[in-house]
Structure formats: C-alpha cells, structure tokens
Write a protein that binds this ligand. Structure first.
Ligand SMILES: NC(=O)c1ccc[n+]([C@@H]2O[C@H](COP(=O)([O-])OP(=O)(O)OC[C@H]3O[C@@H](n4cnc5c(N)ncnc54)[C@H](OP(=O)(O)O)[C@@H]3O)[C@@H](O)[C@H]2O)c1
Ligand SMILES: *[C@@H]1O[C@H](CO)[C@@H](O)[C@H](O)[C@H]1NC(C)=O
Ligand SMILES: *[C@@H]1O[C@H](CO)[C@@H](O)[C@H](O)[C@H]1NC(C)=O
Length: 363
C-alpha cells in the first residue's frame, strides 16, 4: 500500500509539474498555426464564436472571409472584424450562403479562390452550427434532420469542397520535397461541442450531430495523412501539409445561446447549473492558442477539458503525457459525475412529474 501511495504521489507530482510547465508554454515554442498573411474562411462568422475568431485572426494579420446567410449581419460583422486589422494589406470579404447545401460549399471555396488571386484559402473553419435542445420525443422530425444538416452535414460538405480544392491546387513553385516540411500547413477546423462528448438529457437532437463531427474529424485526420504522404511519392506535387482539428467549446454567451435557451427543457437547465460560461472572445483566444501549440482536439474550458479527457478513445492525443494521466483522473471523477447527473434528471421527474415536460419558453 505505502509503496503504491509513494509512486502514485510521485506520478501525480510529475504530472502537475509538467502540466504547470505546459500551461506556462515552456514546451512547443514553435507556432503551428501561422495566420499572418494567410486567407481564412469562417462559416457562421457573422456573430458569436465565428465573429470572435474573425476578429482575433484579423489581429494576427490574416485575410478573413466570413460566411452566413443574413447579409445585413454579415456586413456589420465584416466592419467589426476588418476594424481589428493590423496591416493595410489585409483583405476582408463576406459570402452569403446556406452551408447546409452541398453545392453552396463548392461555391464558397470557388469564390474565395477567385477573390484570393486564384489561390485556395489556407485555413477553413466549419464553425456554423446551432442547438435546438429538447427531449427526443418532443422534437419534430424536421428539427431532428435540421440539427444533423447544420451541425454535421454542413461541415462534411465544406470538408469535401476544401479538400478537393487543396488536392487539386497547382504545385508550389520553387519548393523541393526536402523543404516541404518548412512550408506552413493548411488547416481544416470544425467546431463541435462539449455536448458531443458527454450525453446530457435534453440535447438528444443536437449531441449526435456534434459527436458525428468528432468521428468525422478522427477519420479525416487519418485520410489526410495519405495526402500528406503522397506528396513524397515520385509523382507527388509539392503542396503544404494538411491538418485537421476539432474544437469543442462549452457554453458561450452568443446570440445562438439565447435561441438555444428558448427550447431548453428545465431538466437541462438544472443539469447545466454552475457550468462555466465564456464570451466569444475567450473561446476564440483559447482555441487559437491551442491551435498554435499544434493541438488536434481542443476543449475551451476546464469542464470541457475534463469531458474531452474522459472521451479520448482512439483520438490522436494533443500531449501524450497530460492526456493519458488526465484521462485516468477523469475516469475516476466520472464514477461520481455521471450518476450525479442521472440522479438530477430522476429527481426532477419525481418532484415535477410528467406534466412538466415542456420547454422553458412553452411554460
Ligand atoms: N453558444 C454555445 O453555447 C455553443 C456551445 C458549444 C458549441 N457551440 C457551437 O459553436 C458554433 C458557434 O456557435 P455560436 O453560438 O457562436 O453561433 P450563433 O450565435 O448561433 O451564430 C451562428 C452563425 O452561423 C450562421 N448560420 C446558421 N445557420 C447557417 C446556415 N444554414 N448557413 C450559413 N450560415 C449559418 C449564422 O448566421 P445566419 O443565421 O445569418 O446564417 C451565424 O453567423 C456552432 O457550431 C455551435 O454549435 C456553441
Ligand atoms: C467516435 O466517437 C466516440 C465518442 O465520441 C469514440 O468513442 C469513438 O472512438 C469514435 N470512433 C471513431 C471511429 O472515430
Ligand atoms: C440561458 O438560460 C440560463 C438559465 O436559465 C441563464 O443563466 C443564461 O443567462 C441564459 N443565457 C442567455 C444567453 O440567454
């Protein structure tokens, strides 16, 4: 026993030292997410997290294209984002499109390529999404499908359009295969959600779509290794490396969250009580900082990081040491959290009865 405790405490101490060093940024000094002078496309960029990302990337010297449906909101967001530019050479553009339609995603990439002097965008962020929470049996078939369309298919279609454009781009000039590794990578990023990592009552129409996105991300992460390797085949054309990333925010105070609140079941409100809430700028800052460290699978607050660690499965690790130890810790923590959440749902049923199964807005 005593020997076990000794080694457990040594391991934990090492873990916290490494964690502290990592938080202080002593590892990974290299910036793996270079945006200065690059062209970035962000769907859902007219408000909320997408707008926060647009502003932050503009501050880091990127050319930014935002995509959403409503033109008036796009115009005012573009003014806000371009106001954060740091150089007169930076360019800004918006495209009005419905990203749930496959062909619109092709049009977005074509239009951006034309606008970008014939070069495909360097970074594409499938961020558009929305939650319409409620219990499954209270959700219409239309809403169930629409949740999958905007939260899963929109990103899958954009990934298809983007990867096709990247694979078919003309070869880089004046770059030989030996120096390919020094060319900044292209990034395709998807915004999922911590609701895609752990099941919570009242998110049954939304969680599966965000979980599917995580599964898409894991598979794509490996598919692009094939393209990255093929660059070194005798017939391979010189091209930047392609990187895939998944970002899972928790609650963000955005216009989308106001909408989400309207259909939320009171049980879900109880289950989320005390959860951290971040602003669009805070979420953008954490996401971009972790992309700069080269991370693949990103959660933006401590609760989300715990949920991520408990749900790592076969996903590529950000930091093998911290991820491994943190997943051991969360597997123990979850022995308490999960039954506690089940208990809250059960207790709500016992206290209020079936009569109270409508959303907050409907009450
Ligand atoms: N807010 C949260 O608490 C939270 C938590 C976890 C994850 N997330 C995820 O984070 C992402 C951003 O959330 P948010 O709350 O910042 O979003 P938001 O405030 O709801 O904004 C959504 C953005 O997406 C656009 N959009 C919606 N449907 C679209 C469509 N069919 N085609 C093109 N654009 C469309 C909207 O513009 P138009 O309506 O004009 O098209 C808007 O720009 C989403 O993927 C969301 O699921 C949010
Ligand atoms: C799909 O996601 C789940 C959990 O979100 C994970 O456990 C599983 O390993 C993933 N499977 C694949 C094929 O990516
Ligand atoms: C959503 O509802 C919760 C709980 O009812 C509340 O604390 C929060 O401020 C609301 N958020 C927004 C953006 O309306």
């Amino acid at each position: 026993m005593a020997v076990g405790f000794f080694w457990a405490s040594v391991l934990l101490s090492v873990f916290f030292v490494v964690l502290a060093l990592d938080i202080m940024g002593l590892f990974n000094r290299k910036n793996y997410f270079q945006v200065d002078g690059k062209t970035v496309v962000i769907t859902g960029g007219s408000q909320g997290m997408g707008r926060g990302l647009g502003k932050l990337l503009a501050q880091k010297g990127a050319n930014v294209v935002i995509v959403a449906r409503n033109k008036a909101k796009l115009e005012s967001a573009l003014e806000y984002i371009s106001g954060a530019a740091v150089k007169s050479t930076q360019r800004f553009h918006f495209i009005s499109a419905d990203v749930t339609k496959a062909e619109e995603n092709d049009r977005i990439i074509c239009e951006v390529t034309e606008w970008n002097h014939g070069q495909a965008p360097d970074i594409v962020w499938a961020n558009a999404g929305m939650a319409t929470p409620s219990f499954l049996i209270d959700t219409s078939v239309d809403v169930l499908r629409q949740q999958m369309d905007i939260n899963y298919f929109a990103a899958a279609f954009l990934a298809q359009s983007t990867l096709k454009a990247w694979i078919n781009s003309p070869a880089l000039k004046d770059v030989d295969k030996k120096s390919l590794s020094s060319v900044p990578a292209r990034h395709f990023i998807m915004t999922s959600s911590s609701a895609g990592l752990v099941g919570v009552a009242g998110y049954s129409p939304y969680s599966p779509a965000k979980a599917a996105l995580r599964n898409l991300s894991d598979a794509l992460h490996e598919e692009v290794q094939f393209y990255n390797g093929a660059r070194y085949h005798v017939s391979g054309a010189a091209a930047p490396e392609i990187k895939i990333h998944l970002v899972c925010p928790g609650t963000i105070s955005t216009p989308g969250h106001v909408e989400e609140n309207k259909t939320k079941h009171p049980v879900t409100v109880v289950l989320e009580e005390g959860d951290p809430v971040q602003t669009e700028d805070e979420v953008a800052a954490v996401a971009v900082k972790e992309l700069e460290r080269g991370y693949y699978f990103i959660a933006t607050n401590f609760l989300g990081k715990a949920m991520r660690a408990s749900a790592l499965s076969g996903s590529p690790r950000n930091n093998w040491f911290i991820d491994t130890v943190f997943s051991w810790v969360t597997s123990l923590v979850w022995l308490f959290v999960q039954p506690d959440m089940d208990g809250k749902a059960w207790k709500y049923g016992k206290t209020h009865g079936l009569g109270n199964t409508k959303s907050q807005a409907a009450q």
